[in-house]
Design a binder for this molecule. Structure first.
Ligand SMILES: Cc1ncc(COP(=O)(O)O)c(C=O)c1O
Length: 381
């Protein structure tokens, strides 16, 4: 039986072939530690690190590669911003579709938040923003594309609203990076957080944050302190970028793989990738909504969720995998707030997330499989 991988919102698979090749090449030939030595291998690693920093900056419209800070994933990037930028007593606005990567750090540091009301898919209503702003509001946090129903938020309009009201904007681009155009400056983003292992096709263990030009990085407390290979005579953390926020040896193999993923995206073109994925998810959405007994939650991106009447999500997912080789993810997808917004809390949904490596045949099989499960449940009822 073939495998049909539709869990690309968790992590993308397969990666373009150039990614594992680059990772293996890095381990075999670029063994040095960037910034930690003057020999050939350390210098080569330093050049590679700069290359991926520059390419990441280029993808997101940032003209200073040193304002790209690499972290292990977006969760760490978000923690860096929320814990370094916010202070007790601050208030923030969040979209109704936020992931626990946002909600848990906010809870941990005790930051008060208001949820911007959204439409039926959780798309924020811009007109609601002004009334929610308080004297102590500092930041708007937006999940650009939901990892539950794929709803895409109007980042630029929200960014303009933030600027118009003297607020900063944090964009969680975990799901959107790699297929939606995102521009740090034009979209008025102050903190652009991304993860490397989803739509950017890098390995796990990669991600980061880009600081917009309005951000005074000296006002942000680093999440970590430690060795940077620079100013080693001092116990104080260097204040310059990227060292202020990048302590400890980088995940070089991962970042080299991310660089290969980014190059692949450049070669294919964002538009081509977006169109390919859009065709597949549209095919899936149309097929699933035509099945009586299937409830579909879809807001426009590369991800959609369903529930099947009279079928438990867990047994549906198990059958999809056992009988047709289809891999999905069920439950709350680390986003209970999004499920509350969609009315699918606490049981959650069955989630399908495509990548350009899926095929129309795989999508046809998935629709047929869901139809079969629904009909069987109907007969048993
Ligand atoms: C919207 C969103 N934000 C944050 C994350 C966290 O990503 P990571 O586990 O790579 O930190 C995810 C991943 O599931 C996500 O979908």
């Amino acid at each position: 039986m073939n495998q049909i991988y539709l869990d690309n919102a968790a992590t993308s698979w397969p990666k373009p072939e150039c990614v594992p090749v680059a990772v293996s090449d890095a381990i075999m030939h670029y063994g040095g530690n960037p910034g930690r030595g003057g020999h050939k291998l350390a210098l080569a690693a330093g050049e590679l690190l700069y290359d991926v920093r520059e390419r990441t900056a280029g993808l997101f419209g940032c003209n200073d590669p040193f304002r790209v800070i690499f972290t292990q994933n977006i969760t760490m990037a978000v923690n860096l911003v929320l814990k370094g930028f916010l202070h007790p007593g601050d208030h923030v606005l969040v979209s109704p579709m936020e992931h626990n990567a946002i909600m848990r750090p906010l809870a941990a540091i005790g930051i008060a938040y208001s949820i911007i009301p959204g439409d039926i898919n959780g798309k924020v209503k811009l007109s609601e923003i002004p009334a929610l702003i308080r004297k102590n509001t500092r930041l708007i946090i937006i999940c650009h594309e939901s990892n539950v129903n794929g709803v895409i938020q109007p980042l630029r309009e929200i960014g303009q609203a933030a600027r118009g009201n003297g607020l900063f904007l944090l964009a969680d681009c975990a799901q959107s990076a790699g297929h939606l155009p995102i521009d740090l400056e034009k979209d008025c983003i102050d903190f652009l957080c991304f993860t490397g292992h989803k739509g950017l096709f890098g390995p796990t263990g990669t991600g980061g944050v880009l600081f917009g030009s309005r951000v005074d990085v000296q006002q942000i407390t680093p999440l970590l302190q430690g060795g940077t290979g620079s100013l080693s005579e001092s116990f104080d953390q260097p204040s310059f970028l990227p060292d202020r926020f990048e302590s400890g040896t980088q995940n070089m193999c991962g970042l080299v793989g991310l660089n290969a993923g980014l190059k692949w995206i450049e070669e294919q073109g964002l538009q081509t990738i977006a169109e390919r994925s859009k065709d597949l998810i549209t095919q899936l959405h149309e097929g699933l909504t035509s099945i009586p007994g299937v409830q579909c939650y879809y807001g426009g991106g590369q991800v959609l969720s369903i529930t099947i009447d009279h079928v438990d999500n867990g047994s549906a997912a198990a059958e999809l995998e056992e009988r047709w080789g289809i891999m999905t993810r069920i439950g709350l997808h680390c986003a209970p707030l999004a499920h509350k917004t969609l009315g699918t809390f606490p049981n959650g949904t069955i989630r399908f997330a495509v990548s350009p490596f899926n095929t129309t045949e795989e999508i046809e099989t998935t629709i047929r499989a869901c139809r079969t499960l629904t009909e069987e449940a109907c007969r048993k009822k």
